[in-house]
Write a protein that binds this ligand. Sequence first.
Ligand code: OAD
Length: 269
Amino acid sequence: MEQVIAKVAGQLVKSRHAIALTGAGLSTESGIPDFRGPNGIWTKNPEAERQAYESYYKFQRDPRQYWVESLTGASWLTALFKARPNAGHDALAQLESLSILKCVVTQNIDNLHQKAGSKKVLDYHGNISLLRCFECNARFDPEEYDLERLLAQNRLPPLCRRCNGVLKSDVVHFNEAIPPDVARESLEEVERCDLMLICGTSATVYPFAMLPRTAKQNNYRQKTVIIEINADPTPLTREGISDDLLQGKTGEILPRILEEVQKLKAAGR
Ligand code: OAD
């Protein structure tokens, strides 16, 4: 493991455009369960997964009712607001501040990369801290809308200040398209990158899981080093998409990579 960590640190220092792709495994050490691990939300409660598939249809059918249920029902999502970034998020933010990591594309909606100080974050599945207009895609801070008052006055759903379209949570539900701006920018990052760190994802949910495969397919014109850091092997490991798997906890391995990078930088490499 130490040798691979040292190798990856060297590859990072030499890279031109390194990016990270992250998933729920990165946030488990912040106390947020993942989806498909042994204590995963879907593993422990398959009914929750079935309900999640209905959220988007509910919104399309009756946005008012969607909002009433979101504001009055109990949801595991509320715990996300209190969570703090862990050593894995911090290490990625520091790699960016060293100008080594250029972007994080995350499936996580928990806003923890931003809380850790990462600047260039693409929220592939949206962000729990934002509202998004279903028509024009504009994002808003919920503070701009007094949702509780709208609920009390029976004036839900909230409407977009720009185009009067209906607002939903920025979080991307099953069967909902990835917001086009994020989908485009993520693909541009993948096309540009020469090193990809894939952290804490089972890489089973599409279209996100297509991103490493796209990087691999581009190898004929530019070799992209693809590194997984994950508790378990994934389809990317088994199909030979990734060059190396660092098997273990992101909260332990990412800080060790950062440490090696700092040593290399200090030695002027
Ligand atoms: P998963 O739960 O599918 O995968 C998490 C991966 O992280 C698993 O392979 C775990 O073994 C691994 N893992 C857990 N803790 C770890 C740790 N501390 N260090 C390293 N690895 C760890 O989560 P995602 O791949 O992110 O989508 O799931 C993708 C999407 O499925 C989510 O964004 C969500 C879900 O349905 C939507 O809601 C649209």
